[in-house]
Design a protein around this ligand. Structure first.
Ligand code: DQA
Length: 147
């Protein structure tokens, strides 16, 4: 079984981008953590990062074919994108929303998430380790365990 990991715009810059906000871990570190965490429960991971909304939407649509759930950090699209939200609700897979930083403690414009109510798992402000928490909670949902 497989999980789709989606990282939105600018997350390719992790490690050098505003390290006081996002830390020093890189996107490669995130991908490795997610792969190892999923593998411990017997899941594979397909990973996509893009700065282009349509690329993310195509990857979400493709997940219908062969993924059991989606872990997504939509980055800035969290706060702006109806189409990303519609893609997630359209494929009807369980979704885990992750944010590295505590968006609710930051600027007002980060307080609204279009993804929030199409996601069943939310891990916010736990840094990069939060991706592992999100994977484990999502897998619990997929496999029907109670958390
Ligand atoms: C983010 C928070 C967003 O507000 C921001 O636009 C990002 C990253 C996070 O992981 O903390 O790009 O999703």
């Amino acid at each position: 079984r497989r999980i789709l990991l989606v990282n939105g715009p600018n997350l390719n810059l992790l490690g050098t981008r505003e390290p006081e906000v996002y830390g020093h871990g890189t996107l490669a570190d995130v991908e490795q953590l997610v792969r190892e965490t999923a593998a411990a429960s017997g899941f594979e991971v397909r990973s996509v990062q893009s700065n282009h909304e349509g690329v993310l939407i195509d990857a979400i649509h493709a997940a219908r074919e062969d993924c059991a759930g989606i872990v997504i950090n939509p980055a800035g699209l969290t706060h702006t994108s109806v189409v990303l939200r519609d893609a997630l609700s359209g494929v009807a897979l369980p979704v885990a929303e992750v944010h590295i930083s505590d968006v609710y403690a930051r600027e007002e414009f980060r307080h609204h998430s279009y993804v929030r109510d199409v996601a069943v798992v939310h891990v916010i402000g736990e840094g990069i380790p939060g991706y592992a928490t999100a994977v484990n909670r999502l897998i619990a949902v997929i496999t029907g365990q109670t958390t």
